[in-house]
Ligand binder design. Structure first.
Ligand code: ZN
Length: 263
């Protein structure tokens, strides 16, 4: 793992063992806000301790962008803190932890559950989390206006294709989230996975591709083409980056299945 201090008050812990998954710490002055836990409590604990030292701040809380294992498996390192999640978080969290019998040392109960959005801190020293859906139904993003930093969660990845084939992935909500970000004043993006970028045009590139894809698939829905014919269709929009594990193809299959089931 490596810790990257991306600005005066934001640091990222990146774990190269699992698709460069990022955990984040925002120093609001009055407290530290941790976002996502990474995949392992020992690493999460090291990150947490180094943040308390770096920012000389003992007070902290945790929030989680969405209930996928790679974003909450390090939870044990934060169980003594206030933990704030959206009202869409607990159902998928309970489902995943029950089915894989994950043990956090003690039972997890969030300190606070919010609907739609939640601002931590106040005034200039605040960070706001907003529930949007997209990658998963419970997906949230964070925005730290003082430094114009977007904490994207898995609604935006860099250095790898986008991932939207969870059973609750929703392409329309995904595109709407990207459009919302395009209207915001963003100078730096911390993706759910991948390297931090100072290039907000990444959002528009990804949105443009998915809009074309959605349009193409909605149009071809009217035809009798099979999914295999769709995937080899010359008019199928090509993703902007290499897709070594076929995430985009899997996403197209998922989305096409879903629009077919709505017939
Ligand atoms: Zn993830």
């Amino acid at each position: 793992m490596k810790i990257i201090n991306v600005s005066d008050s934001v640091s990222v812990c990146q774990d190269e063992r699992y698709y460069l998954v990022n955990s984040i710490c925002v120093n609001l002055g009055s407290e530290l806000v941790f976002v996502d836990t990474g995949i392992e409590p020992i690493i999460a604990s090291k990150f947490r301790n180094s943040m308390h030292k770096l920012y000389k701040q003992d007070k902290a809380c945790l929030t989680i962008t969405h209930a996928n294992n790679d974003h909450f498996m390090g939870l044990e390192a934060f169980l003594d803190l206030p933990i704030i999640v959206s009202d869409k978080f607990m159902d998928p969290f309970n489902m995943r932890t029950k089915s894989s019998k994950i043990d956090f040392g003690k039972s997890f109960k969030p300190t606070e559950i919010y609907s739609s959005s939640k601002t931590l801190g106040s005034g200039k020293q605040s960070v706001t989390f907003t529930q949007t859906g997209g990658h998963t139904e419970d997906s949230c993003f964070g925005y730290y206006p003082t430094e114009k930093i977007l904490i994207a969660g898995d609604n935006l990845l860099t250095d790898m294709p986008q991932y939207f084939f969870h059973t609750d992935s929703n392409l329309e909500k995904y595109i709407n989230c990207l459009k919302e970000w395009e209207k915001m004043d963003i100078e730096m993006i911390i993706p759910g996975h991948g390297n931090i970028t100072n290039n907000p045009s990444h959002i528009s590139r990804v949105r443009s591709y998915f809009e074309k894809l959605a349009e193409f698939l909605l149009h071809t829905k009217q035809s009798d083409l099979s999914i295999e014919e769709i995937l080899t269709h010359t008019a199928l929009p090509k993703y902007i980056e290499p897709d070594p594990e076929n995430w985009i193809e899997k996403g197209i299959r998922h989305f096409y299945d879903n629009i077919n089931s709505n017939k």
